[in-house]
Design a protein around this ligand. Structure first.
Ligand code: V0V
Length: 157
């Protein structure tokens, strides 16, 4: 739907440590109703939706919102697309709220391998499709201080 902002493009030679986290990509918030949440964030916080899609594999309807000049991390609203999805389970157990913290990486397989070498459990053996054609994987929250950490390798263009 929209081009990636300059902050989401991966510069060369920019890494912090062997895992290669480049920046905070987005913060994910679980919501029961995407349209109602979009209205709330637009009307109250003045945030603009720049991308929306349904990810069938993840069972989620999601929207990306830009903050300020759009150069920093985005807000991702996540609503369940079916009752057996991760977001539906999260809402049932914890209610609406912060569900994940996502970092941009240049190479999701390399980042996952480095985290596995530290003994952390990655949820998928190989990356899956994320927002806007990105490749994603997750660290189990129990291995990351109670935070569901997502790794996002943006689509090439
Ligand atoms: C569960 N737990 C969490 C958590 N979800 N803790 C912090 N943050 C979360 N989001 C805790 C939960 O309270 C339990 O703690 C424990 O983990 C349960 O672990 P489990 O039985 O292994 O797992 P489940 O069945 O609760 O599932 C949790 C996981 C699941 C993380 C495995 O949500 C998952 O597969 N997530 C990855 C996919 C995902 O989140 N998709 C939606 C976004 P106690 O009670 O044992 O202490 S899709 C997306 O982000 C996209 C498309 C994108 O960005 O591009």
């Amino acid at each position: 739907m929209s081009e990636l902002p300059p902050s989401a493009r991966v510069p060369e030679n920019l890494t912090s440590g062997e895992v290669g986290l480049l920046r905070v990509d987005h913060v994910g918030i679980a919501v029961p109703d995407l349209d109602a949440a979009l209205r709330f964030y637009a009307d109250v916080f003045g945030l603009r939706c720049v991308h929306e899609e349904t990810n069938e594999e993840q069972g989620v309807r999601e929207a990306m919102l830009e903050v300020g000049d759009g150069d920093g991390p985005r807000l991702q609203l996540l609503a369940p697309a079916r009752p057996d999805s991760a977001i539906a389970k999260f809402l049932d157990r914890s209610g609406p709220g912060l569900q994940q913290l996502a970092y941009t990486v240049a190479d999701v397989e390399a980042a996952s391998a480095a985290l596995r070498a530290h003994g952390l459990r990655l949820l998928y053996d190989s990356p899956r499709r994320g927002t806007a054609g990105s490749r994603i994987n997750f660290v189990h929250p129990k291995d990351a201080g109670g935070v569901l950490v997502e790794l996002v390798e943006p689509a090439a263009d």
